[in-house]
Structure formats: C-alpha cells, structure tokens
Write a protein that binds this ligand. Structure first.
Ligand code: NAP
Length: 361
C-alpha cells in the first residue's frame, strides 16, 4: 500500500495538516491524480469547525479535504478514459432516495448522500486516488488544465439557473420581445461564485451586476473590468442597483440583512435564489411588511445547492467557450497557486483572492 501526501482535517472538529496516508490502489477502474485543487469557503468552514454537518468517512479519524479539482488520469482499465486525460470528479455520491437513484443526488431527499471532502467521503486533496468512471467528467480541451478547476463551482451556478428556469415559469418572466435583455440580475457578493453567476447571467442575455458593501481591490476590479463585468459598491452608491428594480436576485453572501434589504427591490414575479451560506452572519429581521411584499408580488424565494453530472458537462462547455473568448483574462481568475504544505490558506481568505488553488504537479 503506497504512502501518499494528503491534506486532512478531523471533521467536524476542524484543523488542517499535511499527512502521509496509506492508500489502497491495488484494484481500480480509473486511477487519477490532481493537477489543481481549489480552496473555497466550505473548506475554510470545515477547517474552522463552523460547518458542523461535515464528518469523517466511517471508521476514519480524519477526512481528506478537497472538492474542487482538475485531475489527470494516471491509468485506466475502462475504455472511456486513458492515461493523460483531464477529468473532473463529481463531488456528491448518491444515497438510496428516489432523487439519488436518478442521478440527482444534488436534490437528495433524505440527506444520506456523501460529498467528497465534506461529508463521509475523502476528498481530492491527495496525491493519487481511484475513481469509478460513472463519477468522472472528461475535459476534452487540454488548454483548460488550469481554469478547469472552476468546473465544480460553475456547475453550482448552472443548477441554480435551472432552478430559476423552473420557478420563473409560474408567470411570464421574459419581456415582450421574448428575451431577458431588459431583465436585471443582481448578484450579492464578489467572490468566485458571484463572479461565475455574473458571467453566466450575461451569457444568458440578462443585464447583470455584482454588488458589495465596500470597494474592490485594484487587482479584482481589473479582472472584472477586463471581462466586461459590472460592479457596484452599494455603500457608496445606494441608489444602485438598477432603478428599474431587480428581476433575479442571487445571494452568495449568506447575510440575511443584506438579502432582505435587496429583496425589497425585487419586481413583480421576480425570483430570489439563496446560494451563500454563512452560519456566522448576524441575524436579520423579516417583517410582516416584507411578507406582504413577497406575497403581493408573487416573488419566489428558492434555495439551490450543488448540481448534477449534466451541470458539470455544461460547465465544461461554457469554460471552453469563455477560455477561447477571453484566454488569459479568464486565467487571471485563479489569483494564487500554493504548494500543498501551505495550509495557512485554509485559515483565512487571501488578499485579492478570487480563486486560490493548490498545485499538485
Ligand atoms: P466567498 O468568496 O466567501 O464569497 C462570499 C462573498 O459575499 C464575498 O465576496 C463577500 O465579500 C460577500 N459578502 C459578504 N457579506 C456581504 C454583504 N453584506 N454584502 C455584499 N457582499 C457580501 O465564497 P464563494 O466561494 O464565492 O462562495 C459563496 C458562498 O456560496 C459561500 O457562502 C459558500 O459557502 C456558498 N456555497 C454554496 C454552494 C451551494 O451549493 N449552495 C456551493 C458552494 C459554495 P467580502 O469577502 O468582501 O466580505
């Protein structure tokens, strides 16, 4: 049994270290190793012990972290994959419920699914691991070797737009010209997920902007400007966003006060997608007048978590297209690369961070 390097925590107690673990790779269908693994708020929440739903695999006193990745096939015993292929492993693995049985473990109905690097299954921050081909998505374009690490966070966005499509059918959402060109999307937050939501909103034809309560650093502002994305600091410019109201409000902050403030700007038949989670955010208040506002305007408030394999495939298609259109401007979204030994990146967000990654090769 080879000894390999892995980045581990002890969920839900937290902590982070680089550990040498023994891994059994004697029998496999596909053997893979990570090229880059992304670090996100969920990893930091597990490490700081604020995400109490995280837990170690059964019988293990540690959890290998990592759910965002772009990997390379080392060896394959199935025809669908060959050594050198770029792949992204699916994070959620099905339990026994009806949604899990149809490949929609993102909509698991009893909570018995597992998530790599989060709940009951080792993640991808380890030098080599085995995979079932069913849970691998191939990245054909080898130039996505770096930005392919955004597949996992982007697949969440595609699922959320699927949720939007479903709930917006309750009334006519499109304009009289059959488009969404005059519909306003406001994304609360300016992190990686907010960035991907705004890219996608524009791709779908919406007018869109990201908002935050402070200015952006020059570095992040330039990344957004280069990609033609709009940002508003609502603390400085309180009349924004959009005097014509918000048709689709997407929250990546998890901050209830901010969500409820902007919810009051949502138009008739508008949709609010709750995506960000922040158990440490201060409580907000939702009043009777707020309930009247939501009811009288037929506003739909929907939560959205994770995504299905089909959303990974769509995410790769969009990343391929965007990389072709924007090249280096898209690559700049990966704002820093670190060796596995630099575990300090799990304890606080880096300055000027959009996406920090761990470089394995
Ligand atoms: P992130 O970089 O931490 O993004 C959160 C963003 O919200 C930051 O830009 C933050 O700004 C901003 N923010 C916080 N309070 C705000 C406020 N009051 N007004 C405006 N903006 C505010 O994390 P991420 O990786 O993009 O992920 C976004 C969220 O989605 C996280 O909560 C994460 O846990 C969650 N998530 C959900 C799913 C899902 O399936 N539902 C999947 C992945 C991640 P500052 O940094 O300046 O404070």
């Amino acid at each position: 049994m080879p000894s390999i390097k892995a980045i581990v925590t002890n969920a839900p107690d937290g902590g982070v270290s680089v550990k040498t673990i023994n891994t059994d790779i004697s029998s496999y269908k596909v053997l893979i190793s990570p090229i880059y693994t992304g670090v996100c708020g969920t990893d930091r929440g597990i490490v700081s012990s604020s995400l109490k739903f995280a837990y170690n695999p059964e019988g293990s006193d540690y959890l290998v972290l990592g759910h965002e990745s772009i990997c390379e096939v080392v060896d394959s015993k199935v025809p669908e994959f060959k050594a050198g292929d770029l792949v992204v492993p699916v994070v959620r693995r099905p339990g026994d419920c009806v949604n899990c049985k149809i490949g929609r473990q993102d909509n698991c109905s009893d909570g018995k699914k597992h998530e790599a690097g989060i709940t009951g299954m080792h993640g991808f921050m380890q030098e080599i691991f085995t995979e079932d081909p069913e849970f691998l998505v191939k990245v054909e374009d080898k130039t996505l070797k770096e930005v392919g690490v955004l597949t996992e966070p982007l697949k969440n966005v595609l699922k959320a737009f699927e949720v939007f499509e479903t709930v917006s059918k309750r009334a006519v959402f499109h304009g009289e010209d059959s488009t969404v060109l005059d519909k306003n999307v406001v994304v609360i937050g300016t992190g990686c997920e907010a960035f991907l939501y705004t890219m996608m909103a524009r791709e779908l034809g919406f007018r869109s902007m990201m908002i935050n309560r402070h200015p952006l650093s020059h570095k992040i502002e330039k990344i957004f400007d280069d990609l033609g994305l709009r940002f508003v600091n609502y603390a400085e410019d309180p009349d924004e966003p959009f005097s014509s109201g918000i048709d689709l409000l997407i929250d990546t902050s998890g901050d209830p006060t901010t969500v409820f403030n902007f919810l009051r700007k949502v138009n008739y038949n508008g949709v609010v997608i709750l995506f960000g989670t922040n158990g440490r955010a201060p409580d907000g208040s939702f009043t009777g007048a707020d309930i009247d506002y939501v009811v009288e305007r037929n506003i739909t408030i929907a939560g959205s978590v994770d995504a299905a394999k089909k959303h990974y495939l769509q995410a790769i298609e969009y990343l391929t297209k965007w990389h072709c259109s924007y090249g280096e401007k898209l690559e700049n979204v990966i704002t820093a690369k670190f060796p596995p030994e630099n575990t300090a990146i799990f304890t606080s967000k880096q300055k000027d961070e959009l996406k920090s990654v761990i470089e394995w090769k």
